[in-house]
Design a protein around this ligand. Structure first.
Ligand code: PEP
Ligand code: MG
Length: 861
């Protein structure tokens, strides 16, 4: 190797490497080399020469680490570890060795000026697109070009062409690394399959190229994209019948190109499964009910989350644009981290979706979301977003701009199938923006009688609704006891959940009939169906009105057994609604919902003021106020809990006090300050055993003493974990009352996520196992003379009411609007019959059987 000190034409510093021209001819700047693979730097930095003489010589002392099988290219390695590719002509791999005569063998040691390959210029010039040859630094990450010949003629083995310098910290590594073998492979593939290079074959091609030590680029019609960028591949617009070129570079170029070609040809021959139907295919088909029964045409089945019938126009709620601010509020590094975190969150979500879909055998759905995962890590998108972040744009703005740029590319392609991929990009745009914390809860103008549809509503979506215009809420996913469903019931708007993705394919503005009570949505209904639905709505409204007229009176069963009908509330408005509807008390105030929009945790005085105003609004009725129940499906903006693998089994409910005792203390101080004394009882969520209760009670007593209060405050325990139901007798020794949270008790007893749409129909609190735990709770409480209420959704289920009363429940806490209807139901019951039938129900073998018996004994209106 000729060291820098020996060079007379350039004057490089010590330790630099001089490469002499390996060919004689005029210099061509790399950017002008007529092949985008070289000019784009895919092989590394370097320079071109248009050779006038058919001899390639060594530019320095080196080892021949690779000689192309076809003799058109050679890779050398210097003692310092620089890897130099010498490539004669353009696309000359396709000459298959014709015109090339290698003079050395792989592994040979060569000295500067030694002839490496002789070649027949005329023959090659006739067969290849160009004779321009390239000297490229294959490990440009370790070595940089610090000087290059300015232009003009260079003479092989004499004129210094490039000066290299090891990049800081990279030289030692580079010299230790195994040699970079730069081979290339090219292949043309004609896309015979329908749709051409659309998302799925693109994702498969990407997968096929994985694991090879080679980079593969796909070229079509003057455009190119790395195979790992599905977005880039889609942007090529290579439709059915297009011939694309695959170009591989690297040690395993041949194998990588072959693998990609094989995958694309396999697709063409139909060896892969049928293209999955997109969830947004324009015409939803007849849906099958969850029980397998075929529904009427244009009808989708769902699970009732809030009863009622509605007619209206479908409005896609979660389709509005999210609008992140352009400028970053933090440093570029911080924004970059935010983006990484959001991408990881969405990837985890999609992973779960794919896994769930696969387990259900929903191959199409799994396929769609697998592609979404691939898009999420697409280098084209991520690089573009990072570039914008480095220009001080916010992570959200950068991500949205990167996606929009690709959507614009796809839109230009005039290919319906590829343009449809824009929907996938929009989907991941929104998911990531949501993961970054953006929501579209801003007020939107809704038509009258809007039926809002979304994949899933969050509690905050619903709490900001214009209730005067919304007639029903429908969700593709979700469960009947999710918090969004609870809010829908509180608002008194019919709600249907777990309808499935087909819901999202119904065009905006389509007229629909939602019969939430029957678990059905009919789209584009006939005039007759609309008429029927409106009549039913009127009839139900009349019944409600009749019930309301007597709802202020306390109720007993026909045979005189008293039952308190209380209300579940979350806000001051709900408290007023509870009074209007005749609730005897408040059986559950979900305080986490009271502060859901806050960015900071409420202070003691804020707690006190909120509860005081609610108590004042209740006009002498008592309120059971539950301490913060955050975690799992209940998130509040001011509290970011550390990610948990299993949030429903993690730090939720009262367990939060283990990590944030200050939050509970502040709340308890606020609660203890409410007047008059006796108006408020405390309810502790997610208690597991008596030890926990004893500790919490001691803390409450301590805080009461600190505040100077001498009167005791009643403390109750929610029974929503099976262990609490089983230990009800122990808990009742220390608690003043028990309140069964059937939403969670069902979830934890049946091991069914309360928000899991696929399980929504099975996750039924009338399951005999849940009823047995209710019975056990009552027995345990009765031993110590304590009363038991139910504040889960089951309390408001007309089919459950007689059974719960029969099992010994003396308080039912339901949504305010449901109070008149439940009171009317109780008035018509016979307590002795309820007792008998409830005992029988414990022996039945399914929730459906329990429902069937209840419906038969106590028919619904
Ligand atoms: C329940 O779990 O039944 C309950 C009332 O609490 P939440 O729905 O708020 O979890
Ligand atoms: Mg609960």
């Amino acid at each position: 190797m000729r060291r820098v000190e020996e060079s007379r034409l350039m004057s490089p510093a010590q330790g630099h490497i001089v490469l002499l021209a390996p060919l004689t001819g005029p210099v061509v700047p790399l950017a002008n080399v007529p092949d985008p693979v070289f000019s784009g730097g895919m092989f590394g930095d370097g320079i071109g020469i248009d050779p006038l003489v058919g001899k390639l010589v060594a530019p320095c002392d080196a080892t021949v680490t690779h000689l192309a099988r076809t003799g058109h290219a050679v890779t050398l390695r210097t003692d310092d570890g620089a890897e130099i590719l010498l490539h004669i002509g353009i696309d000359t791999v396709e000459l298959n060795g014709k015109g090339f005569a290698p003079m050395i063998e792989q592994g040979a040691q060569v000295r500067a000026g030694d002839v490496l390959i002789e070649f027949d210029q005329d023959q090659i010039a006739c067969a290849a697109p160009s004779l321009v040859s390239v000297v490229a630094i294959a490990n440009s990450d370790a070595f940089e070009v610090v000087e290059r010949a300015a232009g003009g003629m260079v003479v092989a083995g004499e004129t210094p062409l490039l000066v290299l310098r090891a990049r800081e910290g990279a030289a030692a590594d580079a010299s230790r690394e195994a040699s970079v073998v730069v081979d290339e492979a090219r292949r043309h593939v004609t896309l015979a399959h329908a749709g051409g290079l659309h998302a799925r074959p693109a994702a498969r091609a990407r997968e096929a190229a994985r694991g090879f030590d080679a980079r593969v680029e796909v070229r079509y019609d003057g455009r190119k994209a790395p195979v790992e960028s599905v977005v880039g591949l889609l942007g090529l617009g290579a439709g059915e019948g297009a011939t694309i070129e695959l170009l591989g570079i690297g040690r395993q170029a041949d194998a990588a190109v072959e693998a990609v070609a094989r995958e694309l040809l396999r697709e063409a021959h139909g060896e892969v499964e049928e293209k999955p139907a997109r969830h947004s295919s324009p015409a939803p088909l007849v849906a099958a009910a969850s029980g397998g029964a075929v529904l009427a045409p244009n009808t989708l089945a769902g699970v009732c989350a809030a009863p009622g019938v509605a007619v209206g126009k479908l409005v896609r709620w979660d389709d509005a644009d999210l609008d992140p601010p352009e400028q970053a509020s933090g440093t570029s590094a911080a924004e970059s981290r935010l983006l990484d975190k959001a991408l990881a969150t969405v990837d985890a979500e999609l992973n779960t979706t794919v896994r769930d879909a696969s387990q259900r055998g929903a191959v199409g759905e799994a396929g769609i979301f697998t592609v979404h995962r691939v898009l999420l890590e697409d280098p084209t998108l991520i690089d573009a977003a990072r570039d914008l972040i480095s220009l001080s744009k916010s992570a959200g703005f950068a991500w949205r701009s990167a996606i929009r740029a690709q959507i614009a590319v796809l839109a230009k392609l005039d290919d319906a199938l590829l343009a449809e991929r824009a929907a996938d990009l929009r989907d991941i745009e929104k998911r990531v923006l949501r993961a970054l914390g953006y929501t579209n809860s801003v007020a939107r103008t809704l038509p009258d009688e809007a039926v809002l549809a979304a994949e899933e509503f969050t509690p905050s979506d619903l709490s900001s609704l214009d209730r005067t215009r919304v007639t029903a809420i429908v969700m593709a996913r979700g469960g009947a006891t999710s918090h969004a469903a609870i809010i829908a019931r509180q608002i008194g708007i019919p709600a249907l959940v777990a309808v499935g993705d087909t819901l999202l394919a119904i065009p905006d503005g389509t007229q629909v009939v939602v019969d939430a009570s029957a678990g059905r949505l009919e789209y584009a209904p006939s005039a007759l169906d609309v008429e029927r639905a409106r009549l039913e709505r009127t009839r139900l409204a009349d019944v409600r009105e009749a019930n309301r007229r007597v709802s202020q009176q306390a109720v007993t069963t026909r045979d005189g057994h008293a039952v308190e009908i209380a209300a579940n509330i979350a806000t001051l408005d709900d408290a007023k609604a509870a009074v209007d509807n005749g609730a005897d008390a408040v059986g559950l105030l979900r305080t986490e919902l009271l502060f859901i929009h806050r960015q900071t945790a409420p202070r003691v005085d804020e707690h006190r003021d909120s509860y005081q105003s609610i108590v004042d609004a209740l006009n002498g009725r008592t309120a059971i106020i539950r301490t913060l129940d955050v975690g799992a499906d209940k998130e509040v903006d001011y509290l970011t809990l550390p990610p948990e693998p299993n949030p429903a089994l993690g730090l939720r409910g009262i367990r939060l006090a283990q990590v944030r005792p200050d939050l509970l203390d502040d709340q308890l101080r606020g609660l203890l300050a409410v007047r008059p004394i006796g108006a408020v009882r405390i309810l502790l969520p997610m208690v597991t055993d008596a030890g926990e209760l004893i500790r919490l009670r001691a803390r409450i007593d301590e805080l009461a003493r600190e505040s100077g209060r001498t009167e005791p405050i009643e403390v109750g325990v929610m029974i929503e974990v099976p262990s609490a139901a089983l230990l009800a007798d122990q808990l009742s020794q220390h608690a003043d009352f028990l309140s069964i949270g059937t939403n969670d008790l069902t979830q934890y007893t049946l091991a069914m996520d309360r928000c899991q749409a696929d399980l929504a129909a099975q996750s039924d609190g009338l399951h005999p196992a849940v009823l047995r735990l209710v019975a056990a709770t009552v027995q345990g409480a009765q031993k110590h003379g304590k009363w038991v209420g139910v504040c889960g959704a089951l309390a408001g289920d007309p089919l459950a009411v007689p059974l719960l009363i029969g099992l010994g429940i003396t308080e039912l806490s339901v949504d305010p609007v449901a109070v008149p209807g439940i009171k009317a139901r109780v008035r018509n019951l016979d307590y002795q019959l309820c007792r008998q039938r409830a005992q029988d129900a414990l022996a039945l073998d399914s929730a459906q059987a329990v429902r069937a018996v209840s419906r038969e004994v106590w028919p619904l209106d």
